[in-house]
Design a protein around this ligand. Structure first.
Ligand SMILES: [Fe+2]
Length: 454
């Protein structure tokens, strides 16, 4: 069942050994770092949305057949301000907060006049990113928070804007074999333009390991993709990367910048400034990593909302990429904490595992209305509408799961297995599932049933 208000987590900063049932293989060595929302109420105030909760970090260290766990809250500026005020004083996506409620009208107006792009939270509850040798707790704002990966201590606050012109950036970067990190962010209305910025944070050379300097100092912009609209850039949560290409989906799920800039004054949350435009199409950008330029062909598909890319790879003149897609924007609303516990009141967002195939260099002699995808193992199509414009239809490989993972060692190569989570609608229990792409169709090969913790 979904709980109406989740309980605040309790941190466990001292390492404790887990009771092991069965056997942890001796080859499994290393530490898994995870984070997520952990504190949902402060004093008499509560967050509206599950994703807003203040971050708690976990480490799971595997060594010699044993597992040690510890957890700590992320003690960023947001945490400190909230705890000092004994109430939620910093706004999150689904919860708007005001520094001093007694002066709210004046504060709202002054804040509106001073901030076109609001100052965002540093509550990094979405993911842990490694840039260089440094680990950061992140959400999707311009602030990330360096952490100690062993003790989980909270360290420096790092502002992307000091190094790169991005107001927002994903918490799902990619990495290459050398440890270089790649990510994408949005630059909002800078010099009258809104654009998407693909950037690289280089790995730290062996000789410089151990030196204390921010990895983002060495970040560089690889490519700039113009936004289709100055004041309504697309919202995106991840992107795809192959050996030679980046895949960026400019979907008609948009951030309304004017509404965001006035949300504080109007007393609404920032999430209400996201709008889905089902009547518009989705533009798929394919960017050549070697030149930093988009390929000439424009790829379009119908309106959809994608949060997670699964993998992308190249094959015989095509770029194939797999995503979890939704036909509307209901997913975010599912996690508002005031939703009833009654299953009949929960409006489920239905996900589908979609595979797209993009022919990279189309033969100009092929007439319009022809499908240019020549791969035998997918029914995905890319039909030529006119020279340089293809209309893509995905192959749906499965439905009903999200939070996909692959063995990242083969990112950019053709994969066989995908791991994810699905919700059993009749019981509202989550299941961890894994899928095999054998016979080009997905089949559940195993699952673990878990209680929904949200
Ligand atoms: Fe995610």
């Amino acid at each position: 069942m979904f709980a109406v208000f989740p309980k605040n987590a309790v941190e466990a900063p001292e390492p404790s050994k887990a009771e092991v049932k069965g056997c942890i293989p001796s080859w499994l060595q290393g530490t898994l770092l995870r984070n997520g929302p952990g504190i949902f109420s402060v004093g008499d105030t509560s967050y509206n949305h599950w994703f807003d909760g203040m971050a708690i970090m976990h480490s799971f260290t595997f060594k010699h057949g044993e597992m040690t766990h510890r957890s700590r809250f992320l003690r960023g500026d947001t945490y400190k301000a909230n705890m000092a005020a004994n109430r939620i004083a910093v706004s999150e996506m689904g919860t708007m907060a005001y520094p001093d409620p007694s002066k709210s009208v004046i504060v709202k107006v002054v804040t509106f006049l001073n901030h076109t792009v609001p100052d965002f939270t540093d509550n990094g509850a979405s993911n842990i990113i490694k840039y260089g040798n440094e680990y950061h707790a992140t959400s999707e704002t311009n602030y990330i928070r360096k952490i100690d990966p062993v003790t989980l201590d909270t360290q420096d606050k790092v502002d992307y804007l000091k190094y790169l012109p991005v107001n927002l950036a994903t918490s799902h970067p990619h990495y290459d074999k050398e440890g270089n990190a790649y990510n994408i962010g949005t630059s909002i209305a800078e010099k009258g333009k809104t654009k998407y910025i693909l950037f690289k944070v280089p790995a730290v050379p062996e000789k410089d390991k151990g030196k204390n300097c921010h990895a983002l100092k060495n970040a560089r912009v690889l490519c700039t993709v113009p936004c289709r609209s100055l004041l309504t850039p697309s919202y995106y949560h991840s992107f795809g990367m192959t050996d030679n290409y980046f895949i960026f989906i400019e979907q008609p799920f948009k951030l309304d910048i004017i509404r965001m800039a006035t949300a504080y004054m109007r007393g609404v949350n920032w999430a209400s400034c996201l709008k889905f435009c089902p009547e518009e199409n989705t533009l798929i950008h394919l960017i050549d990593r070697n030149t930093g330029k988009e390929v000439e062909t424009k790829y379009y598909t119908g309106a959809m909302v994608v949060y997670h890319h699964i993998n992308a790879f190249e094959d015989d003149g095509h770029v194939i990429f797999d995503v979890i897609a939704y036909s509307d924007n209901k997913l975010y609303d599912m996690f508002y904490l005031k939703k009833k516990t009654d299953a009949s009141d929960v409006s489920f967002a239905k996900s589908s595992y979609r595979r797209f195939a993009l022919p990279v260099q189309a033969d100009k002699s092929i007439p319009s209305a022809e499908n240019l995808v020549t791969l035998k193992y997918t029914t995905a199509t890319a039909v030529k509408e006119k020279e340089g414009k293809l209309i893509c239809q995905a192959e749906v490989l499965n439905e009903g799961f999200d939070l996909p993972r692959i063995n990242y060692d083969i990112n950019g190569k053709r994969h066989r297995f995908v791991y994810g989570t699905c919700v059993e609608e009749s019981t509202l229990k989550t299941k961890k599932v894994s899928f095999a792409t054998r016979d080009l169709k997905l089949a559940v090969i195993s699952y673990v049933e878990t209680d929904c913790s949200c």
